[in-house]
Design a protein around this ligand. Sequence first.
Ligand SMILES: Nc1ncnc2c1ncn2[C@@H]1O[C@H](COP(=O)(O)OP(=O)(O)OP(=O)(O)O)[C@@H](O)[C@H]1O
Ligand SMILES: [Mg+2]
Length: 260
Amino acid sequence: MENSINLKEEYILELRDVSVSYTPGKNAVNMVNAGIKENTVTAIMGPSGCGKSTLLRAINRMHELYPDIKTTGEILLKGKDIFHMNPMKVRRLAGMVFQRPNPFPTMSIYENVIAGYKLNNIKLNKAERDEIVENSLRSVALWDEVKDSMTKKGTFLSGGQQQRLCIARALALKPEVLLMDEPTSALDPISTNRVEELIFELKKQYTIVIVTHNMSQAARLSDNSMFMYLGELVEYGTTKQMFTKPKDKRTEDYLTGVFS
Ligand SMILES: Nc1ncnc2c1ncn2[C@@H]1O[C@H](COP(=O)(O)OP(=O)(O)OP(=O)(O)O)[C@@H](O)[C@H]1O
Ligand SMILES: [Mg+2]
């Protein structure tokens, strides 16, 4: 059907009946369906343990690194099922940023940014490397701060700078989607602000999915929001609608602080 093809191409990322289980017979993420459009920011919210990180990690096939974890369903990235793609390529196209900045401790700032190419065995000459490093650091507004100390260890930077370095490391690989798991929860308010401004800027070029416990952050940053509860995607819609007129009682209870 022509219609269904058009529908598929409308989304850069599409989740179909996605479930993840850590223990047989028990789904930490249960039958999630959602389509995400290009150049949007989607916030994933929900109480602790509801499956937010588990869902995010499914999108770049991280669960496969652990043999006991089972993921089922389909995840389409630009219309292609990621489970039929090379997993290394999936992780390049769906870059991940974690809660705690995690620059590689033995590497310099420069080496950190380009690390993904080494891990993927992609050969580049010095000029290409220099260009990628500079562009990536410029994208996260870190270039001016670090351009004279590229050989220093990444861990020498402040927490907020380290997080921007980690975002630069993901961007260096030219991802389609940027997955961020509570990227500011370990940062001070000023660094949080800078990372939020950055996310706003990056939205012009990338599609971002961000897990956050911070509702005002979700309201400030995201176009669309998902509310998860006990592994299920209870509600998914525009952030504006979810915050003003949630459809589900559980979403409303969460947003009004009945449970956290
Ligand atoms: N490695 C693991 N092995 C077994 N169970 C796990 C593992 N990681 C998560 N779980 C379980 O899966 C469920 C979902 O966890 P997940 O970390 O995805 O929640 P979350 O929504 O990200 O929570 P938080 O807001 O606290 O980060 C929880 O019940 C958790 O205990
Ligand atoms: Mg989590």
